[in-house]
Design a binder for this molecule. Structure first.
Ligand code: TYD
Ligand code: MG
Length: 431
């Protein structure tokens, strides 16, 4: 066994391959790391194939200047990555079969599709843009055949769509079973490390127990990116839930258009674009999507109930948190909610799980209940405690900065107001 002083391990900087989407690059931690294996997970139909096909098309189009400078975003490799073999200087300083042609990396991309025919992929590609020669499609589900093709082609990026369709002859179980998913994942991971070929694996999030989902793979890939959104809205969030080569706070925002995914550079503007101001029940909050502040509108609708038990419907916010907020409202703000049906919603289909949205939700409920719009120009954020006290949340400065950029100058936050009551009396009752 070779003992190495950590101080003596050379910090390596890797050139990264740009995906063609700044948002995607950012979520990856600064582009694609050679030899890395990345899982793109999400519900069926959310746009995983579309996003990856677009990336494949951009990279295949070249030119080689698509490389991101090694210094930008790609810090010294984390220990975990070194252990996994990527950063081991003796074996991968120059990866064995990195697709280098005349000292430059090729632009060949191999897109393996186990779900669709080459024809179907072509139809999708035609919607996106012009297809170039360097993009190869392989309709194949046998993992050994895939690796053989990759060895022959030496692509700069290998995409496997999806892991649930792959099989290895080593196992007799059917595609999508836990054994197959794990085994194929391991084979691909070894290949990525030994060849230096970065691999994107698509994994459908599936109902537990039916077929093996991405969970089985999480520990053996370098990064897990979730593509989220709900089918009724065009927005898609790409969120890093694990990343050995970057921060897990990053979120990329996309919009599904007729010609594929488009990155959204100013998501706040879009999320607020359809807001009608001076409407009771509408409150703008500044939430953190990854490390980035986003302005969204929280809406409440409160109506007299006709049921013995009033309805509570929450979309885009955490239901349990909202129950606490409603309880705190009834108690500390002395609001009678028992005979009201309450509907809460985040406009635009964004899902917020952080407590910072509590205050905006509370204000929107009050505003809807008394049928009075909140003061103009208000942006509210803060956690609501059980006793109606307001608690500070992380990254206030960034939240405020983003809100100011969009013209909000009045902040209802725990910095200014200590209790729910105070915040309500200022924001709703104008006191
Ligand atoms: P897809 O990428 O196939 O999803 P996944 O691979 O995650 O299952 O995309 C699914 C949906 O996207 C499909 O219903 C059609 C729609 N779509 C667009 O709206 N615009 C496009 O340009 C493309 C290619 C697809
Ligand atoms: Mg697909």
């Amino acid at each position: 066994m070779e003992l190495v002083r950590l101080a003596e391990v050379k910090s390596q900087k890797f050139p990264r391959i740009a995906t063609g989407f700044l948002e995607f690059d950012r979520v990856l931690g600064g582009g694609i790391v050679p030899g890395s294996i990345v899982l793109i997970a999400g519900d069926p139909g959310i746009g995983k194939s579309t996003l990856l096909l677009q990336t494949a098309m951009v990279i295949a189009r070249g030119p080689v200047s698509r490389f991101l400078p090694a210094s930008k975003g790609s810090a010294a490799l984390p220990l975990e990555a070194q252990r996994s073999g990527v950063g081991n200087p003796s074996t991968t300083a120059t990866p064995r079969k990195m697709s280098i042609v005349n000292g430059q990396m090729s632009n060949v991309v191999l897109y393996v599709t186990g779900e669709e025919s080459a024809q179907q992929v072509k139809i999708r590609a035609d919607r996106i843009s012009k297809v170039t020669d360097n993009l190869y499609i392989l309709p194949q589900t046998d993992v050994d055949a895939i690796l053989a093709a990759s060895e022959k082609l030496r692509p700069v990026l290998l995409i496997c769509d999806s892991i649930q369709t792959l099989t290895t002859e080593k196992l007799s179980t059917s595609a999508g079973s836990i054994g197959q998913v794990r085994e194929c994942g391991q084979i691909l991971q070894r290949y990525a490390k030994s060849s230096g070929t970065p691999i994107f694996i698509v994994g459908h999030v599936t109902k537990e127990g039916v077929v093996a989902g991405p969970k089985v793979l999480e520990h053996l890939v370098d990064a897990v990116l979730n593509l989220e959104g709900d089918g009724t809205h065009a927005f898609r969030l790409l969120r890093a839930v694990k990343n050995r080569f970057g921060s897990t706070f990053e979120v990329g925002v996309f919009e599904m258009a007729d010609s594929g995914m488009k990155e959204v550079a100013n998501p706040s503007e879009i999320f607020l674009s359809q807001r009608i101001s001076k409407r009771a029940g509408s409150v703008v909050t500044s939430t953190l999507a990854g490390g980035r502040p986003l302005l969204v509108e929280v809406q409440a609708l409160c109506t007299a109930t006709i049921f013995p038990v009033p309805t509570r419907r929450v979309t885009g916010l955490d239901f349990n948190r909202m129950q606490v907020v409603m309880a705190a409202l009834s108690r500390s703000a002395n609001l009678k909610l028992a005979n009201l049906d309450i509907y809460l919603n985040v406009a635009g289909g964004l899902k917020i799980s952080e407590p910072a949205a509590d205050l905006a939700a509370a204000l929107s409920i009050v505003s809807a209940t008394v049928d009075k719009p909140i003061r103009e120009g208000i942006c509210a954020f803060g956690e609501v405690g059980l006793l109606g006290e307001l608690r500070q949340v992380a990254n206030s400065e960034n939240r405020v900065k983003e809100a100011k950029r969009l013209g909000f100058g009045d902040f209802v936050t725990p910095v200014k107001f200590k209790t729910l009551e105070e915040a309500i009396s200022y924001a709703v009752h104008g006191g």
